[in-house]
Design a protein around this ligand. Structure first.
Ligand code: ADP
Ligand code: F6P
Length: 331
């Protein structure tokens, strides 16, 4: 596949985080800064994503400025969602300010929305730009992993293991709601790893009756406590609504536990630190080698460059068979 290339000499780059924060973003930032400096380029850290970019909010970073951040969740650069960036005039302003500051290229750490903004910068202004997939949802096509997914899944599993103790002690049914408004990757891995009796995803919706049937079947086999993992947004009204309907229509009392933003916080796992470190360096390397309009992805044990245009399509490789397997294993 032919990858887009730029012809600019890169002497200075900017780096920003955009969209929802993800554990591992700091590891990526550290790598961008330190690898960049090792290649004799200047690196500017932009605060608050695209919102900061279009106001020229950046500072040159040195090796020391990223000391001791690899172990921290969130992002020291801060992140934001910036509706204004949907306008070409806002993007033009950002490019103008970068040009005036002598910044030749950009690294964007974020999700598919952030990549749409980055793609526009290249298409409209030929700004050299490379992306690093940073989202706990793991819903970016073209890469097997995104920053923060592993940490979020492990955070949620930690919580489920604790819920199991109390669910077992009281013989209760729990509905555990995990993140992923439009994507079930977190729910799938948490459901499998947590031994959930049922997993509900945006990609595989179950009716209240389906869930009730599963719980009843478990009870018939002598299971007195069950955990159902559901992705947020799987049903309108979420887990609270599901619990109400289970009670009203099927006489099942279920406790609800919404894990929420706890999943996104905390120290990144070893996997997310490694991913951030490698992707950060590869992103700088790609810009210096003349590539643009691409994301650094991983495939097996290799890093690859994937055109932004291919990253925004949802992967069709969702492992539905694993849902069926997890139900067999939990029975
Ligand atoms: P994520 O990057 O995690 O998917 P969002 O979808 O919220 O998060 O996108 C983050 C930001 O990227 C938006 O607030 C906006 O500034 C920018 N963005 C998203 N889509 C576009 C687009 N089509 N054109 C320009 N900028 C966009
Ligand atoms: O995209 C990451 C994510 O955590 C989703 O899983 C979730 O639906 C959304 O962000 C929550 O966004 P916010 O932090 O703005 O509530």
């Amino acid at each position: 596949m032919k990858l887009p290339k730029h012809k600019k000499k890169i002497r200075a780059i900017a780096v920003l985080c955009s969209g929802g924060d993800a554990p591992g973003m700091n590891a990526a930032l550290r790598a961008v800064v330190r690898y960049g400096i090792s290649q004799n380029i200047r690196v500017y850290g932009v605060t608050k994503g695209y919102a900061g970019l279009l106001k020229g909010q950046w500072e040159e970073m040195d090796r020391k400025s990223v000391a001791n951040i690899i172990l921290r969740g969130g992002t020291v650069l801060k992140t934001d969602r910036c509706p204004e960036f949907h306008k070409k005039s806002a993007r033009a302003q950002a490019v103008k300010l970068m040009k005036e500051a002598g910044i030749d290229g950009l690294v964007v750490i974020g999700g598919d929305g952030s990549f749409r903004g980055a793609h526009a910068l290249w298409k409209e202004f030929h700004l050299p730009v490379v992306g690093i997939p940073g989202t706990i949802d793991n819903d970016i096509a073209g890469t097997e992993a995104t920053l923060g997914f592993d940490t979020a899944v492990n955070n949620a599993l930690d919580a489920i293991d604790k819920i199991r103790d109390t669910a077992g002690a009281h013989e209760r049914i729990f509905l555990v709601e995990v993140m992923g408004r439009n994507s079930g990757y977190i729910a799938l891995d948490v459901g499998i790893g947590g031994g959930a009796e049922a997993i509900l995803l945006p990609e595989k919706r179950l009716s209240t009756k389906d869930v009730a049937d599963r719980i009843h079947r478990g009870m018939e086999r002598g299971k007195m406590s069950s955990i159902v993992v559901m992705a947020e947004g799987q049903v309108s009204g979420g887990s609270m609504k599901m619990a109400e309907e289970l009670k009203k229509k099927h006489g099942i009392s279920a406790k609800v536990c919404i894990l929420g933003h706890i999943q996104r916080g905390g120290s990144p796992t070893a996997r997310d630190r490694r991913l951030g470190s490698v992707m950060g360096a590869r992103a700088v390397e790609a810009l210096l080698a003349g590539y643009s309009d691409v994301m650094v992805g991983v495939q097996g044990d290799h890093e690859i460059l994937v055109p932004f245009a291919l990253t925004v399509k949802r992967s069709s490789k969702f492992r539905m068979d694993l849902i069926a397997l997890s139900e067999i294993l939990a029975s």
